[in-house]
Design a protein around this ligand. Structure first.
Ligand code: KIV
Length: 264
């Protein structure tokens, strides 16, 4: 049976870490869930790792719908989240609902939305109409041109406070999960303490309730230098199945991310 949000909440309540990876197609979906991954994120990172762009900005709603359908066909048990690509959630809550509904129709169980406090009315609107939301804070890659690159966020006191206030506001608005990307480890730990909902880290802290990585990064695929927070699990193992199983066991044991994968 497919995992639901209740299963993720139960894992969080009993202190079991959630192992999440991005996924874009049916074959990977089968392998990832067989190797023990709890949740699959159809991320707009597909714009970079699948389509070859240098940011996620060119990804369309139809792209994410298509890849979500592929992933849903391959995975029968994993929880499935889909990203709301650039331009689909930075509009009115009503318009966002129509876009999110397309992703739910494709088989997503939750949508992921980037942004801070400004997204509160949107999160409230979606939640009140039956669409669960994962709020994505810290480095939000859709704002890459505004922040001047894929850079760690929350390094100074004022921006750290802003991120913490946003996390609390998004939780109050009804977000079910909080994804924290690329912030200093002490800030990630403060964020985990500031909210009750499960937190999913990427370049954050092992203290988070779970972790996510871009699958191609952890398999060492691609012609670019993988981010500091990734680990090339495939080099330690030799097969995709074993790399993913090692990732899952390292996340569950709280050994990944280690200090060298975090920002200080
Ligand atoms: O699109 C994506 O893959 C993401 C991850 C970086 C978490 O949002």
């Amino acid at each position: 049976m497919r995992k639901s949000i209740l299963d993720l909440q139960a894992m969080h309540a009993r202190g079991e870490k959630i192992a999440m990876l991005t996924c874009y197609d049916s074959s990977f979906a089968q392998v990832l869930e067989k190797s023990g991954v709890d949740a699959l994120l159809v991320g707009d990172s597909l714009g970079m790792v699948v389509q070859g762009h240098d940011s996620p900005l060119p990804v369309t709603l139809n792209d994410v719908v298509y890849h979500t359908q592929c992933v849903v066909r391959g995975a029968k048990q994993a929880f499935i989240l889909a990203d709301m690509p650039f331009g689909t959630s930075q509009v009115s809550p009503q318009e966002t609902f129509y876009h999110a509904a397309e992703l739910m129709r494709a088989g997503a169980q939750m949508v992921k939305i980037e942004g801070g406090k400004e997204m509160v009315p949107t999160v409230e609107f979606l939640i009140s109409r039956g669409i669960p939301v994962c709020a994505h804070i810290g480095l939000t890659p859709q704002s890459v041109h505004q922040v001047g690159g894929f850079k760690v966020q929350g390094r100074d006191a004022a921006s750290a406070e802003r991120i913490i206030e946003a996390a609390k506001a998004l939780e109050n608005a009804g977000a079910s999960l909080l994804l924290i990307e690329a912030v200093p480890e002490p800030l990630a730990e403060r964020l985990c303490a500031a909210v009750k909902i499960p937190t999913i880290g990427i370049g954050a802290s092992a203290r988070c309730s779970g972790q996510v990585l871009v699958i191609y990064d952890m398999l060492g695929l691609g012609a670019y230098i993988p981010p500091r927070f990734s680990r090339a699990f495939i080099r330690e193992t030799g097969s995709i199945e074993a790399a993913v199983a090692l990732y899952v066991s390292e996340v569950k044991a709280g050994r990944f991310p280690a200090a060298e994968h975090c920002y200080h």
